[in-house]
Structures are given as C-alpha cells and as structure tokens.
Design a binder for this molecule. Structure first.
Ligand code: SF4
Ligand code: SF4
Length: 301
C-alpha cells in the first residue's frame, strides 16, 4: 500500500531540511562556513489542476504540464493523472545576505553574489536528494530542469521563456503571486530561489488564496496603485510600469562579472544583481495592502 499523502509530504520536508542543514547548502565563502539559503518553505499542486493548462496560454504553448513532463521522462510508464503531484520549494536569502544587499545601490553585495553563484548547485542538490530518496521508496519522480529537451527560448509574451518555470509551479502550488519585476512574492517574500520536482504519488494540495487570473494579487503596484520601489531600485531601467525587461536585465547582469572577479576572485564567471529584490516591501514578506491617498479619496476615504 502506498504512503498517505500527508505522511510522504512530512518525510520529503524533513529530507529537504536535512539537506539545507548539510554542506550542500554552503555558499562557497572561503573565509567562513555560511549557508547559501535560509530554511525552505514548500507548496504542492496536483498534476490534474487546470491551472497548468492556463500556462500554455499565458506563458507559451510549449509550456509542459506535469503529465507531459512525466511522459517525456518515463514514456513507457502508465500513470494516473490524479497521482501526479508537483512539490515546489522556496529557498529564501539569509538574513545576513539581505542586510548586505539592502545596502547595495549600484551593484550586488558579496552575500548576493555568493548565493547567486551557488544557487544552481544548491537547488539541484536538494532536488536530487529528494529524487534519490523517492527512488529508494520506489516512487518515480523527475527534476524538470534535467529534462532532455529543457531549454530557454524566445517568447512573444515573455521575451525569454522555458518549458518549465519554478515560479509558475510555485504559483500553481499556492506559494505566491507575481510582482511588477516578475519575482514570485511568497510569505517569505521574493528574495529567494526556487526549485520543483514532479512526483508520481499523491501529495496534499496547498490551497491557493488567490484566483488564477489574480496573478499579481500580492504586489502593491497592482493591488493598491502604490510602491513601484523595484522600478527605483533597478540601476538600468529594466523594471518599469510595463514590467520587467529581461533583455536589459540580463545584459546588466553580465557586466557584474569583472566586478565580482576583482573583489572575490574565487567566484570566477559568477554574475548577478538582485537589487530589485532587496530594500523593497515585498523582499521578505507579502506586503500589507496600502491604499494610496488618491484611491482613498476616490472612495471618499
Ligand atoms: S517592490 Fe513594490 S511594486 Fe515592486 S514587486 Fe514589490 S510590491 Fe510590487
Ligand atoms: S535584477 Fe537588477 S538589472 Fe535585473 S531588473 Fe532587477 S534590479 Fe534591474
């Protein structure tokens, strides 16, 4: 008999916490044993949730549903759609990194550079740690980033996109909604990295406290007509009232390589920025809704 969904979720979360307390979560600082990320939070969605189909319209027709991703990895394994689940994890930046990054104005801090440089290793390490343990339990799973045909490609609506997005998976799994600068605002804010794993076993669904078409619910710019601080934090104008310009952002990110290599030579080739994810009200929490004076006046307030 299979495990109860809640029991499997508890085991997976314990395994994740175990990994995040291990050297696998080291930020690579040669001068100190520092964690790359703080304690994770988790969300779960069912593969049969109609939200996945909406991403084919809102993101790209090539966006994979969990079932399509599963069939691509295990083409000869019959599956029951209701048994396919997606576990999403959010790895928040540490308090130390946030303190450093909040002081940065033109270019990223050391802590942010180190978490940026180590995030793929940590996210992969955690996802593979979960997969290895699921294998031992006899439960099939897959890490979407490792799918053979996973790739980033140009998109009409998003400039650049891929066949799987951890942020959209997080949205599906009740973890948060999108902000003006594209980050997913969760209960630990948007200063984080994310990962996900598709599992052929039922897991308890995390209830979304937002409608699928209210996908910017937690951003003050959209819910109150206020804030816009991520626009001011961006040194190159890549965030505007029209949203996030990925090309401008990505070009600026690359310019940080010589700065990082000159200051922290052990981080060859690392690049990053993250200024729009720090010193803003949604950096480490869902910001409480503020009503602008203009909106209050319009309501007679
Ligand atoms: S900084 Fe303000 S406008 Fe930008 S995403 Fe956060 S809440 Fe929205
Ligand atoms: S990461 Fe940096 S360059 Fe990119 S949008 Fe944010 S502040 Fe601008």
């Amino acid at each position: 008999m299979g495990l109860e969904p809640e029991s499997l979720a508890v085991q997976l979360e314990e395994l994740a916490k175990e990994f995040m307390d291990s050297p696998g979560n080291f930020n690579g600082n040669p001068a100190a044993q520092e964690k790359a990320f703080a304690a994770p939070i988790f969300g779960y969605a069912q593969g049969s949730d109609p939200v996945w189909g909406t991403f084919k319209k809102s993101v790209d027709p090539d966006y994979l549903t969990p079932l399509e991703a599963f069939n691509s990895e295990y083409p000869n394994t019959p599956v029951v759609l209701d048994h396919i689940s997606v576990m999403v994890f959010v790895l928040p930046q540490t308090e130390k990194t946030m303190k450093e990054q909040n002081k940065a104005t033109k270019i990223l801090s050391e802590g942010w550079a180190r978490s940026r440089g180590s995030h793929q290793r940590v996210v992969d390490g955690l996802a593979l740690h979960l997969k290895k343990n699921l294998d031992l339990m006899g439960i099939l799973s897959l890490v979407p980033d490792h799918l053979e045909d996973w790739k980033v490609f140009p998109s009409a609506s998003f400039q650049l996109t891929s066949k799987w997005s951890h942020r959209h998976a997080g949205f599906a799994a009740g973890l948060g909604t999108f902000g003006l600068c594209d980050g997913l605002i969760t209960k630990v804010g948007k200063a984080h990295r994310m990962g996900s794993i598709i599992i052929n076993h039922p897991l308890p669904v995390t209830v979304r406290d937002y409608e699928v078409d209210d996908y910017q619910k937690y951003c003050l710019y959209f819910n109150s007509g206020t804030c816009g601080l991520c626009i001011k934090r961006c040194p190159v104008g890549a965030v505007t009232a029209q949203g996030h310009n990925k090309h401008l952002c990505s070009d600026f990110l690359k310019t940080s390589i010589p700065y990082i290599e000159a200051n922290w030579p052990d981080m060859t080739g690392t690049y990053g920025c993250g200024l729009c994810q720090s010193k803003v009200p949604c950096a480490t929490k869902i910001p409480p809704v503020r009503v602008s004076k203009k909106a209050a006046a319009a309501c007679g307030g």
